[in-house]
Each structure stands twice: as structure tokens, then as C-alpha cells.
Write a protein that binds this ligand. Structure first.
Ligand code: AMP
Length: 704
């Protein structure tokens, strides 16, 4: 018994020893993290640091009861979930007022002096170009990290911020004495160092992914990852510079706050200066501007703050920003570079946009190699020519802009640039309407406009091909099965069923569209063949021809044949159609290739004319606004449920697969199942097959 007791004590003693060692290791690791990040004066090698971490990890593995959330081993946690929880800021996170140049900055300082009656000590800091972050510590331990959001409510990004190495998981014991509240909220900026940004983009490019535009976007994106393991790899860093409520800390001013933050273990930017005159502030701004490019992170200005907290309180806030601080924003940066070429991009709607192809140049923190020139008028107004040395301007996050050319460096043979006569995407003649800036390609066969045109054709207001979504269209295009709208009608259900959706199942086999969906789609395509001529006209996507205009035109010219025979003048006579629309329709029908697509549509069975009575073969939309659910089998008529659904939809109804309170009617055939029960439970009226057939015959809504 005595022996056993002794053994027990030994075990306990060993655990106690481990607990002490764990705590000592944590303190040691935190101390070196502090030396490394806060003081920038590491004392031990990376290898020695890693060795301390390894020992801690092993001990915690053996004694998991001693693991705490603040342990340096616990930085990277699990998945965040679908959404970041909202965090209501106890103190609003303000934005800053801007001074756009040194004169505005001087004016602000003049006002401060006037308000206070003397020139106060001003604290000058770099304006870090990242995302605002608020870190809350309770009892010295990090409990929450939140983004600014709209200033009132932010998002909880604790799991991700914990992975940022320079954020202490607990405050250094030495600094706790100054803390006056159980909870303290500290604020700063989380950013991505330029080197990490370059690495990240190099990897993105190697994987064929779109690169981030600048380090600020990359930092914001990294902060909002669902998986903290990804955030961890992004190499984010912070600079802390503020406290939410200065009553929580016994410090008197901004400069002192920065020193305390450093002593508590935070990464604090070293480039700070206290100024006693306006001149000293302006000098600081100028100096920073000169060395801006050499800093390892992006900045977009200088923040000047009244140092004394008591004075800050006296000055207070406006609705959006403190009165005691201002952000001096650097003016946009300008660089010169060679305009190698002007290329033309064809947009989804057929508009041609000239694009400047530049020798890559670093402007305001990011490399610029292309810039839009918007349109031909712009190119002429700026008079930029291929071979010119051009001036490129960019302000921080703003899209780069070509300002103009350096005339004296223009090569002798440089000619004014003109739009190509044919579309660079499909070779069709380019159209330029009088009084319009844009140049366009209006070919039905243009690859650049393909997806847009195909999606428009099947859309609700046009041919209304139910189920033909963007993803299926994109796959049909990628597989080379559909290039223009007529190709839709050469697809069989068999072929659709085998369409490779570009994804693989768990067992590695390719996912195809599948028989059920394919049959529905084939039915929907078939049903669309009989749509009114107005819908066909609208579906073709002729410029200026919206849904109403198409109806007005079809009322006078109810067939393609009649429309083709009409000249511009006759078209312009149509009520609601002016010369502009008339010209557009006329031109469209005569654009090479368009006639051929229309002919193929007709050959494949798409109606190009309304019925003789001029009403079109469209059915009365007697079921508009109603939702039907079908269940059971329709034995009397022998219709499949899909066919019955199409018939209801042709009369304006929506057909849904499940019963809810919003369902207007449930049609129950033989052997109706749970949908019937649900309808009864929800009090949704149930129709039998006879009632369904009555609707289809009379084209009148059901009576209940
Ligand atoms: P803005 O978003 O342009 O209104 O600028 C205000 C933002 O600048 C603040 O919300 C901070 O996120 C950021 N900022 C960067 N560096 C500092 C700094 N040293 N002091 C205060 N704010 C800063």
C-alpha cells in the first residue's frame, strides 16, 4: 500500500514537473518571438527556436491536459465554417479623413492649432496598406480578432489571425501592470509583405490561376479564408498602433501607447516620429515618400495624430473619423514605359476595347503591363501611338491609366492608331454607329460573344429553355458541340446525357449530365421551337431590340421572311421603332453568317413565323404567377409528368419538385405519394388528372 502511494505521488510529481517545464518552454518561446517580431533583435537561431517548439509539442502530446489555447503550439485550428460570425464593435472603428496633398495637410494642422489654441505634439506614422484588425485580450489572453467591416459590425476572424506569427497569443507579463480593465482591445493593420506577395503570385501564375492585384487585396483575401491552414501559409504580418478605449490602459498618449504595445509583444512599426512643428511633419512626409519604394511592405501615406490622449478626447470625432488625426495620402505615382502594342479585346456584348500593351513597369506598388484605353476616341484624344514612350499613372488601389505620350521620344514612323476593320475574334466587319463611341462586332458566330449570346437565347424572356444553365452551356461550348444558337437544336437527348461536365466523381470517373436531366433538356428545347416570333427576335440579341421592341416589330412583320424583305424605311415606320433600331435590325440581318445561322434554326424546326391570326402560337398565360407540383402517374392521358409540366409552363405556370406553403396547386395522379400528404397537411389545393386536362383544354385557371 505504501509502495503504491509512493508510485502515485511520483506520477503526480512527474506531471507537475512536466507542467512546469511546459510553462517555462512557453515563456521562453514567447520571449524569443518578442525579440524577433517586436524588437527585431533575435538572439537564437531558427533551428534552436524550432527545437524549443518541438520539445513543447512532445510534452503537450504526452500531457494533453496542460494544453491551453494560448500555447504557441495552438496557432492553427480547424475549419472556420461557412460564414464568419458578426462582431459588434464596442467602440466604433473609425476611418480617417484624408489630406490629398501637403497643402491640405498644412491646412489641417492650422485648424488643429486654432481649435486647441496652441500647436500640439503630433505623432507621425506610416499608413500601412492592409486591412484594419481589432484584437481583444481578456486576462491577457487573445480571445477575439475582428475585421473593421462597416465600422460598427465586423467579422470574427480569430481562427485566421491566430495563425499570424507576430500576433501574441498572450500579452507579455511585464506589460500587464499598465492594463486597467479585464478586457482590452488593440487595433492595427494586417498586411502582406511584398516578398510574400511576390511568392504567392508566382505560385498562382505557375498554377494558371489569376494573380492578386496588390498586397492589400491579397491580405484581405487571406484573412477571409475558411481554412486557417491556408491563411497560415500566406505569411501575413501586423503592425499595431491603436487602442479602442484608452481608459483601459494607463498611458497618456499615442507615442507611449506604441511603446507599451511593443513591450506587450506586438509588432510596432519603427518609423514613427513626434513632431513639434508643421515643418517637422512635412519633412517626415517627404522623407517617407522618398523611401517608400524600398520598404518591404506597401504604404499609401502617412498618418498624423495628436499625441496627447486628453487632447484627443477634447477634439472628438466627426460621424466617420477622428478630428485629431489625418491621413496624408501620397499623390498617384507616374512612370514612363514603352507602349509595345495596342491590342483589341472583344467583350461579351461585342464591344471592341483597345488595350495598351506595355513594357512591365512598377507603379505604386504593383507591376503594370496592360491598361485599358477605353475606346478609339480616348486613343485619339491622348494621341498615343505604338512605339511611344507613355506616362502611366496609378494611385494605390486605383486601376492604372495611360495619361499620354512623351512627344519628344516618339519614333519618326509612329502612326495614329485606328480600330481594325474586322473583329479580331471572328473576322466579321466591325460596326460603328453614328453618334456612338463604341465599335462593335454583331456576328452571331463571334466566339468572344458566344456564351453571352447562347445564354440570352435560352433565357426566360427569350426562348425560355428551362434547365439550360450557364454551366451546361459552357460545357457544350468547351466540348465543341455548340458554337451558335442553332447548334442547340442539333443536340439529341442521348448526346446530352453523355456530356462531360468537366468534374470527376469520387471513384475518378467523369461526371456526365445524366439521362434524366438530358431528357428534360431535350424536351425543353423541343418546346422552345414553337415560341412566338417576337421571342425569336429578342433571343437573337440584336442591338437595341429589347423585349418590347421585338413585340412591336413582330406585330407588323410576323415572320423572318417579311422582316428580311423590309427595308430600313419600312422598319422605321413601326410604332416604337426609330431609325436607329431600324438600322440595327437591317444591319444584323445582312451581316455575313447571321443569315446562315437563322436558316439553320429554321431547318432544325425553330418557328420563324407567327400563326396567321397574328397572335403567335403562344398559349394564353392563364397560369402566370402560379406554382404547380406534380405527383403520381397520369394514366388517363398517358402524359409523362415532364410533358404535363411543360404544358403547364407553356401557360405561364412555374413547376416545382416539392410542396411548400407557396405551392398553388398539387396535381395528383394515380398512386400519389408523400407530396400528396404534404399538400393536405399544408392546405394546398389538390387537383386530379381530369382537372389538369380541363385546364389544358380550356386554357383557364383551375377553380377550387
Ligand atoms: P482609409 O481606409 O483610407 O479611410 O484609412 C483609414 C485606415 O487606415 C484605418 O482604418 C487603418 O486601417 C489604416 N491605417 C494604416 N496605418 C495606420 C496608422 N498608422 N494609424 C491609423 N490608421 C492606419
Amino acid at each position: 500500500m505504501a509502495d503504491q502511494e509512493k508510485l502515485f505521488t511520483t506520477e503526480e510529481e512527474r506531471a507537475e514537473g512536466a507542467r512546469e517545464r511546459i510553462e517555462a518552454l512557453r515563456r521562453e518561446i514567447e520571449h524569443h518571438t518578442y525579440l524577433y517580431y517586436a524588437l527585431d533583435k533575435p538572439e537564437i537561431s531558427d533551428a534552436a527556436f524550432d527545437s524549443l517548439m518541438r520539445e513543447l509539442r512532445e510534452l503537450e502530446h504526452e500531457y494533453p491536459q496542460f494544453i491551453t489555447a494560448a500555447s504557441p503550439t495552438q496557432r492553427v485550428g480547424g475549419y472556420v465554417g461557412e460564414q464568419f460570425a458578426p462582431v459588434a464593435h464596442a467602440q466604433r472603428m473609425y476611418s480617417l479623413d484624408n489630406a490629398m496633398d501637403l497643402d491640405e495637410l498644412a491646412t489641417w494642422m492650422g485648424k488643429v492649432e486654432e481649435d486647441l489654441g496652441f500647436f500640439p505634439e503630433l505623432d507621425c506614422e506610416l499608413k500601412i496598406d492592409g486591412s484594419s484588425i481589432a484584437l481583444t485580450y481578456e486576462g491577457g489572453v487573445l480571445v477575439r480578432a475582428a475585421t473593421r467591416g462597416d465600422g460598427v459590425t465586423g467579422e470574427d476572424v480569430t481562427a485566421n489571425m491566430r495563425t499570424v506569427r507576430d500576433v501574441p497569443l498572450r500579452l507579455r507579463a511585464e506589460a500587464l501592470g499598465a492594463v486597467e480593465a479585464p478586457s482590452i482591445e488593440l487595433r492595427g493593420e494586417v498586411y502582406m509583405p511584398k516578398a510574400s506577395f511576390d511568392r504567392l503570385n508566382a505560385v498562382a501564375e505557375a498554377n494558371g490561376k489569376a494573380p492578386f492585384a496588390n498586397p492589400r487585396n491579397a491580405a484581405a483575401g487571406s484573412l477571409r479564408q475558411k481554412d486557417p491552414k491556408i491563411t497560415e501559409k500566406r505569411d501575413l504580418a501586423t503592425f499595431l498602433y491603436a487602442i479602442a478605449d484608452d481608459a483601459a490602459l494607463s498611458v497618456e498618449g499615442q507615442f507611449q501607447l506604441l511603446e507599451w504595445l511593443r513591450s506587450a509583444g506586438f509588432h510596432v512599426n519603427p518609423d514613427v516620429s513626434t513632431a513639434k512643428s508643421a515643418n517637422e511633419v512635412l519633412e517626415f512626409c517627404q522623407k517617407v515618400q522618398e523611401k517608400r519604394g524600398n520598404l518591404p511592405y506597401d504604404i499609401d501615406g502617412v498618418v498624423v495624430k495628436v499625441n496627447d490622449f486628453a487632447l484627443q478626447r477634447r477634439m472628438g470625432f466627426t460621424a466617420r473619423a477622428p478630428r485629431w488625426a489625418i491621413a496624408f495620402k501620397f499623390p498617384p505615382e507616374e512612370k514612363t514605359t514603352l507602349l509595345r502594342d495596342i491590342t483589341v479585346q472583344v467583350g461579351r456584348t461585342g464591344v471592341l476595347t483597345p488595350v495598351a500593351e506595355l513594357n512591365p513597369v512598377l507603379v505604386a506598388g504593383s507591376t503594370v503591363s496592360r491598361a485599358t484605353l477605353h475606346n478609339l476616341d480616348e486613343v485619339h484624344r491622348k494621341d498615343v501611338r505604338i512605339g511611344d514612350t507613355v506616362i502611366v499613372r496609378k494611385a494605390g488601389d486605383v486601376i492604372p491609366e495611360v495619361l499620354g505620350a512623351v512627344d519628344s521620344l516618339r519614333p519618326a514612323d509612329a502612326k495614329p492608331w485606328e480600330m481594325p476593320a474586322v473583329c479580331p475574334s471572328c473576322g466579321s466587319p466591325v460596326i460603328h454607329e453614328e453618334g456612338e463611341v463604341a465599335y462593335r462586332c454583331i456576328s452571331l458566330e463571334c466566339p468572344a460573344q458566344r456564351l453571352e449570346r447562347l445564354a440570352h437565347w435560352v433565357s426566360r424572356g427569350a426562348m425560355d429553355v428551362d434547365g439550360m444553365g450557364d454551366e451546361i452551356i459552357a460545357r457544350l461550348v468547351d466540348e465543341g458541340r455548340v458554337t451558335d444558337v442553332a447548334d442547340f437544336y442539333s443536340l439529341s437527348a442521348d448526346e446530352l446525357a453523355l456530356l462531360d461536365m468537366g468534374r470527376v466523381a469520387k471513384d475518378g470517373s467523369p461526371i456526365t449530365l445524366g439521362r434524366k436531366t438530358a431528357e428534360k433538356l431535350a424536351l425543353a428545347l423541343e418546346a422552345s421551337k414553337g415560341r412566338s416570333f417576337a421571342r425569336v427576335l429578342f433571343g437573337l440579341g440584336i442591338r437595341h431590340v429589347g423585349k418590347n421592341t421585338a413585340e412591336w416589330i413582330a406585330a407588323v412583320f410576323p415572320s423572318m421572311e417579311a422582316l428580311r424583305a423590309a427595308d430600313e424605311e419600312a422598319l422605321a415606320q413601326v410604332e416604337g421603332v426609330g431609325p436607329k433600331v431600324a438600322h440595327s435590325v437591317y444591319l444584323f440581318l445582312r451581316t455575313p453568317g447571321n443569315g446562315e445561322v437563322i436558316e439553320r434554326l429554321e431547318k432544325l424546326g425553330v418557328s420563324m413565323a407567327d400563326a396567321a391570326d397574328g397572335t403567335g402560337d403562344e398559349l394564353p398565360q392563364c397560369l402566370a404567377g402560379m406554382t404547380f407540383v406534380l405527383t403520381g402517374s397520369l394514366v388517363e392521358s398517358g402524359m409523362t409528368r415532364d410533358e404535363a409540366g411543360e404544358a403547364l409552363k407553356a401557360r405561364g405556370a412555374k413547376v416545382s419538385g416539392s410542396v411548400s406553403k407557396k405551392t398553388s396547386f398539387v396535381v395528383a395522379g394515380e398512386a400519389a405519394g408523400s407530396k400528396y400528404d404534404k399538400a393536405v397537411a399544408l392546405g394546398v389545393p389538390v387537383l386530379d388528372e381530369a382537372a389538369l386536362l380541363r385546364i389544358l383544354e380550356t386554357n383557364e385557371p383551375p377553380v377550387v
